[in-house]
Design a protein around this ligand. Structure first.
Ligand SMILES: O=C(O)CCC(=O)C(=O)O
Ligand SMILES: [Fe+2]
Length: 447
């Protein structure tokens, strides 16, 4: 049995055209223990994920890239949101999950319903070592993500899953570091000067779009003016007219042809991406750190804006980085969370939704771009037990309709496990944003 595989590379980041290796990543022991002990949603997990017949795993074809359907056993781990998705305070259970599964013990610190268990715990995050148990575990999507070269262990079985599970030897995806401080701004890392993000009020308007894996929308993340400003900044950079931006001019990375070197990757994304200086987007940096409950911004990748014109899209992909990058101890580790902010509105019939293939029940979960709303999900850490990526978060940016009145614009930000060194624009550094963020927080706090 041979799976059709997508290109063996990471499809998510124009600056990370890495070939994916079979080395796998895992959820933290802590998260796994908690999930094993407390979470009961992984029905039938005792039987493992390898027992479904091969016939049940017919791959899906999308734009030449093939991702197999989720195994029934994986599907059973899905916990959808209630039918009526309301906007309001985040339910307490979700705070619990954010801490327990995703390691975000100070999420939306001070927010309604928030419970903080991580204060002063000894479980300080960081890379945990693989246990015997971990060695026996293996990744479900390794084969796909490795472009077909599993770890060299040969399988005597014809089962696709047996092949997939033959991938081995992994480090783990640590949970987000525990801040162990009473204030969000307390434990700044070496890259951050102390920023008192608590001056920003907690977020109040949440929509729980999916419970496990968690996908949440945060309404009013940006004001309408902020959305317009980020779009304009990017357009000005394209036209090279933004005299005022000066040294903080965002870098236009251009269209899809800059993404990846092989033809398949090129086909993935037809939108246009800009990389911003941290100091040029203090609102985004401050709000993102505030939401996630981080002491600073040093773990964020380059902030980006992306424009989708009519018919432009981003095909099915996972945001998780290739294991060889994520496992490299000199790197910033795996992508822990994806945060994107919709900068323009698109109606449901106008396309441009962010779609999660496997989270919607009948058909994909569609998240319509709502100006000023943020979307948060977790591409790797805290995935299904013993799986290095959360394969359930397979998603795409739907094509913007031919007749859509608005372009689709988003701002986006990825959080890594450890401090990240930006690659662009030249001279961008986290710490250079400190003053701008402080000023922004002060002004927002005194409003
Ligand atoms: O545009 C979207 O809705 C999704 C974008 C995305 O998934 C990405 O850039 O990784
Ligand atoms: Fe993505």
């Amino acid at each position: 049995f041979k799976l059709n595989k997508p290109a063996g590379r990471c499809h998510c980041h124009p600056h990370h055209p890495h070939v994916l290796s079979p080395t796998s990543l895992r959820a933290t022991s802590a998260a796994k223990k908690k999930r094993k002990g407390k979470r009961t949603n992984a029905k039938g997990s005792g039987g493992g994920f390898g027992s479904a017949p091969a016939a049940a795993r017919k791959p899906k074809r999308e734009d030449g890239l093939v991702y197999p359907d989720l195994e029934p056993q994986v599907r059973q781990t899905l916990v959808p949101s209630s039918d009526v998705v309301r906007c309001g305070p985040l339910p307490e259970e979700m705070y619990d999950r954010l801490e327990d599964i995703y390691g975000l013990g100070r999420f939306n610190f001070g927010g309604e319903g928030a419970i903080y268990m991580s204060q002063g715990t000894e479980d300080g995050g960081g890379v945990t070592s693989g246990s015997q148990e971990d060695e026996e575990d293996a990744s479900l999507f390794d084969d796909i993500l490795s472009g077909g070269t599993t770890s060299g262990k040969t399988s005597s079985s014809d089962s696709v899953l047996d092949d997939l599970f033959s991938a081995s030897s992994a480090s783990e995806v640590p949970a987000v570091s525990d801040d162990s401080q009473s204030r969000v701004g307390g434990a700044a890392s070496s890259h951050d000067c102390s920023i008192d993000l608590n001056e920003l009020p907690p977020f109040e308007q949440f929509r729980v779009l999916h419970v496990d894996p968690m996908v949440i929308a945060v309404d009013d993340f940006f004001t309408s003016e902020e959305c317009d400003k980020y779009v304009q900044m990017s357009i000005d950079a394209e036209n090279n007219q933004d005299q005022e931006a000066g040294a903080l001019q965002p870098l236009l990375l251009g269209q899809s042809q800059t993404v990846g070197k092989d033809s398949r990757s090129k086909a993935q994304r037809t939108s246009t991406t800009w990389f911003h200086h941290y100091a040029g987007v203090p609102e985004l940096m401050a709000r993102a750190a505030r939401l996630l409950g981080l002491p600073g911004i040093s773990r964020f990748e380059e902030p980006q804006t992306v424009r989708y014109r009519r018919s432009e899209k981003f095909t099915w992909h996972l945001d998780a980085l290739s294991p060889d990058v994520a496992n490299d101890s000199s790197s910033a580790g795996q992508r822990v969370s994806t945060l994107l902010v919709y900068l323009t509105d698109l109606k449901s019939e106008e396309g441009g939704a962010t779609m999660f293939r496997d989270l919607g029940g009948d058909g994909p979960l569609k998240v319509r771009p709502k100006k000023g709303s943020a979307l948060l999900f977790f591409p790797s850490a805290g995935g299904i037990p013993d799986c290095p990526f959360d394969i359930r978060t397979l998603h795409c940016g739907e094509a913007v309709g031919e007749d859509a009145p608005n372009e689709k614009w988003i701002a986006q930000l990825w959080l890594r496990q450890r401090d990240y060194t930006p690659t662009a624009p030249a001279g961008s550094e986290h710490r250079k944003a400190t003053v701008a963020i402080q000023e922004y927080c002060k002004s927002a706090g005194s409003e």
